[in-house]
Design a protein around this ligand. Structure first.
Ligand SMILES: *Cc1c(COP(=O)(O)O)cnc(C)c1O
Length: 227
């Protein structure tokens, strides 16, 4: 369990170092601890070490963890593929959804978000490398879906998310991240201001941070191998 604390400290240092390398503030990048398939005890250990943001891919698993940590003041991010028949429980329990790729899903989340809660924070998932197998909208679809989501009352459009093809070389890793950042600039010039680029994982966080990532999503490097 001590390892979670040490891993978090190491990763936080690396993120801060990359941010400074990019000419940004050391705390400019938020670490999202991806806790899917990890036991509650490790989440609680991370919380004790100061980690507040956690990411889950599976609705049922996430909701169970949320229910068991109500008193811990955690922030829960849904980062998996969201089916339309599961939107209600996500709208009622999570704080963020990073994987919006359909207006219908966004509409349901807005309708189902309890008004007693803050608006649900959302990011649009962009299929930045145009992969057949990956979910997400195409680059061309971003402005229209962003405008439509921006108009929904119980959602807060925070930005864009991507999951590029794994590449080894830093210069190649930067290309899709730069593309995502350029998309956010296009939205801004269309009057849609966002503050979030959810991009970068264990193998490519440095490239993502150099291109402006504000949230990086890291799992196994914090918690170890998944069950
Ligand atoms: C699982 C997952 C991660 C974290 O992956 P690790 O290899 O555990 O660091 C990040 N983003 C998404 C969308 C994921 O599904």
């Amino acid at each position: 369990m001590i390892r979670v604390t040490e891993n978090l400290a190491t990763i936080s240092d690396l993120l801060a170092f990359s941010a400074v390398e990019a000419g940004r503030e050391p705390d400019a990048v938020k670490l999202l601890a991806v806790s899917k398939k990890q036991p509650l005890a490790k989440i609680l250990a991370a919380r004790d070490a100061g980690q507040r943001d956690f990411g889950e891919n599976f609705v049922q698993e996430g909701v169970e963890k949320i229910a068991k940590t109500r008193d811990k003041d955690l922030i829960w991010h849904f980062i998996g593929h969201l089916q339309n028949n599961k939107t209600r429980v996500v709208a009622e329990n999570f704080d963020w959804v990073h994987t919006i790729d359909k207006l219908k899903t966004a509409r349901r989340l807005s309708e189902q978000r309890p008004t007693s809660l803050d608006p649900l924070n959302i990011c649009l998932q962009v299929n930045i490398d145009n992969e057949d197998v990956k979910s997400g909208i195409t680059v061309d679809e971003v402005p229209e879906l962003a405008a439509a989501c921006d108009a929904l009352p119980n959602l807060n459009l925070r930005g864009l998310m991507c999951l590029p093809i794994a590449r080894e070389e830093l210069s190649l890793q930067r290309i899709p991240f730069a593309k995502l950042r350029a998309l956010a600039d296009i939205l801004r010039s269309a009057g849609i201001d966002t503050d979030t680029l959810s991009m970068g994982m264990s193998g490519d966080y440095r490239a993502a941070i150099l291109e402006g990532a504000t949230i990086v999503r890291i799992g196994t490097a914090i918690f170890g191998e998944r069950n």
